[in-house]
Design a protein around this ligand. Structure first.
Ligand code: PGA
Length: 222
């Protein structure tokens, strides 16, 4: 990826009303201006357009990402959001999050289609894997290592284990590798290590409350 590191991703999942989202952006966006890396907020797809518009009006450095992308391109797929429909609203999209794999039956084949659609639309996938054995589709540049035991539990992987895994993943290709799972202001710097772990993915545990996410932002550095 071309954006500066470290990379901080806030995955807000299916949370917040637009009023709450707007408040979150008002709190976080000014802090992002002082951050030397890249910060991406992934709101519910319901708010991708309004988030993008608000950040553009403010000429903000805070970038927008989707939380998913359809495996289909535009057509008769009720309820789906095609990559080409959000390509002008977000530069990135999370693909293969464990919650999608578990709750929506997303298989390696489906995830490969999603990555292909994202890439064709010019969206950079942030591809989540849960173990080093998970398949990484061709074209992926950013890999998020997110062990399921650490997601939403307050119990992160050990930084040593996460670094070992990040190194294994890097041996496969020139990936940007980030870590996700119970990242907090207290532990973020134990994970960030230049050329090993390039960033963090922060889910509901510490991204929903803007104060918690700002604390992570203020601490995050190599
Ligand atoms: P968490 O979630 O930070 O709440 O553990 C991480 C994720 O779901 O990506």
């Amino acid at each position: 990826m071309n954006d500066p590191l470290p990379l901080l991703v806030a995955n807000l999942k299916a949370n917040k009303t637009w009023e709450e989202m707007s408040f979150w952006l008002d709190q976080v966006a000014p802090i992002v201006e002082k951050f030397t890396g890249t910060v991406i907020v992934c709101p519910s797809s319901a708010f991708l357009a309004s988030t993008h518009q608000k950040l553009q009006t403010q000429n903000s450095k805070l970038q927008t990402g989707g939380q998913d992308i359809s495996r289909f391109e535009q057509g008769a797929y009720t309820g789906e959001v095609a990559a080409s429909q959000i390509a002008n609203l977000c530069q990135y999209a999370i693909i293969g999050h464990s919650e999608r794999r578990q709750n929506f039956g997303e298989t390696d084949e489906i995830l490969t289609l999603k990555v292909q659609n994202a890439k064709s639309a010019g969206i950079e996938p942030i591809f989540c894997i849960q173990t080093e054995k998970d398949a990484i589709p061709e074209g992926v540049e950013i890999v998020a290592y997110e062990p399921t035991f650490a997601i939403g539990t307050g119990v992160p992987d050990s930084p040593e284990n996460a670094k070992g895994l990040a190194e294994e993943i890097r041996q496969k290709d020139h990936f940007t590798v980030i870590y996700g799972g119970s990242v907090s202001a207290e532990n973020v710097n134990l994970f960030l290590q230049k050329d090993v772990i390039d960033g963090v993915l922060v889910g509901a545990t510490n991204s929903l409350d803007s104060k918690n996410f700002i604390q992570i932002l203020e601490k995050a550095a190599y």
